[in-house]
Design a protein around this ligand. Structure first.
Ligand code: FE
Ligand code: FE
Ligand code: MG
Length: 167
């Protein structure tokens, strides 16, 4: 823990650590939801969807990494027990039990929309209080906004393909 780096944070560190650990839980659950979704998904444009889901899974894992490093910098401890992810998550976990491509994409769009809200809130809270966490939240938010758009574009493409085929 860097003591001066911690001193310049203008808000309650434990409150900030709580927010960071909740986002950390979200990222692991999002990672697993994408990773498993990519294994089980079926239906039109499956290969393009699998490629996108795997890219997003890698991004979510990278977000977990970024958050864990910030938690440790602030003298905190990243959630050590996976079962606690469920107690701390903001956005939850939507098990990909229906493998149909539109069901999987719909679940993940919902997750991204929740994530966008979480990071927007983290930005608002840290804006004048903690420029380091603010910067991390900006980077992650940029990815989540891109993820939402990627998934919604895939949904549109699949709908257009099905319409063209008269289905
Ligand atoms: Fe993420
Ligand atoms: Fe995402
Ligand atoms: Mg993408």
């Amino acid at each position: 823990m860097g003591t001066r780096g911690r001193d310049i944070v203008g808000m309650d560190i434990n409150e900030l650590l709580g927010l960071l650990n909740r986002a950390f839980a979200d990222e692991w659950l999002a990672y697993y939801q994408y990773w498993l979704g990519a294994k089980v998904v079926k239906g039109p444009m499956k290969d393009a969807v699998i490629a996108e889901l795997l890219l997003h899974a890698a991004d979510e894992l990278r977000h977990a990494e970024m958050l864990s490093l910030r938690i440790i910098q602030l003298g905190g401890v990243p959630i050590a027990e996976p079962k606690e992810w469920y107690q701390h998550t903001n956005c939850g976990y939507d098990a990909p039990t229906d493998p149909y491509v539109m069901a999987i994409l719909g679940q993940n769009v919902k997750g991204e929309q929740c994530a966008i809200g979480v990071y927007k809130k983290l930005l608002d809270i840290t804006a004048t209080k903690d420029p380091v966490t603010y910067n991390i939240a900006v980077q992650i938010l940029q990815d989540e906004v891109e993820h939402e758009e990627d998934l919604q574009s895939l949904v549109e493409d699949i709908e257009a393909t099905m319409h063209a085929q008269g289905r």
